[in-house]
Design a protein around this ligand. Structure first.
Ligand code: XMP
Ligand code: MG
Length: 183
């Protein structure tokens, strides 16, 4: 891929940096209230959730711990394969923990449904999901997500942690990738 002006590779800005930050503060306030008196283990799903985790965690008032899991279900393409591989497992034991999975996006839902089943078998006291973005029209399985930032159209998006072929993660906004970039 040649280097060029990033803006030519995007169509719409779907969610601006300001809206993302406002929403994360709103979600953090709910999370603080819902988990009052409980120690939460935030589990970020690498690499996409790095930005969401950093900003959400810093908006929380209560004690939290953070852990990370890396799974892959996409390869370098834009469609979920549904076959999930663990690339990096958690460092923490989930027994008796209140786990809040932090995700960038729920697309088909296949990755999260696999993760939820996997975590349930490790004896967590509770498991909930916080996802910045969700594509309702792309759902292949229903995910019970307690904290959702924005429902977005079924288009491939990048920025704020989300990549295409490892690029665009550093954009501050969430934008639609121009089809000419990946087709
Ligand atoms: P699924 O389909 O299993 O998605 O819910 C799992 C993971 O795939 C990534 N993903 C995307 N990444 N733009 C991206 O840059 C997208 O539109 C997109 N949709 C899914 C993401 O990491 C998600 O957690
Ligand atoms: Mg992800």
């Amino acid at each position: 891929m040649e280097s060029s002006d990033i803006r030519d590779e995007l169509t719409d800005i779907l969610v601006t940096e300001t809206r993302i930050q406002d929403k994360l503060r709103e979600l953090a306030a709910r999370i603080d209230e819902d988990y009052e008196g409980k120690d939460v283990l935030l589990v970020g799903v690498l690499k996409g959730a790095v930005m969401v985790m950093a900003d959400l965690a810093r908006s929380l008032r209560n004690h939290v711990e953070m852990d990370w899991m890396a799974v892959s279900s996409y390869g370098a393409g834009t469609k979920s394969s549904g076959v999930v591989q663990i690339r990096k497992d958690l460092d923490s034991d989930l027994t008796g923990r209140h786990v809040l999975i932090v995700e960038d996006i729920i697309d088909s839902g296949l990755t999260l449904s696999w993760l939820l089943e996997n975590f349930a078998s490790r004896g967590a006291a509770s498991i909930e999901v916080c996802a910045l973005l969700r594509k309702p029209d792309a759902a292949k399985v229903e995910i019970d997500c307690k904290y959702v930032g924005f429902d977005i159209p079924n288009e491939f998006v990048v920025g704020y942690g989300l990549d295409f072929a490892e690029r665009y993660r550093n954009l501050r906004d969430v934008a639609v990738l121009a089809p000419h970039v990946y087709s």
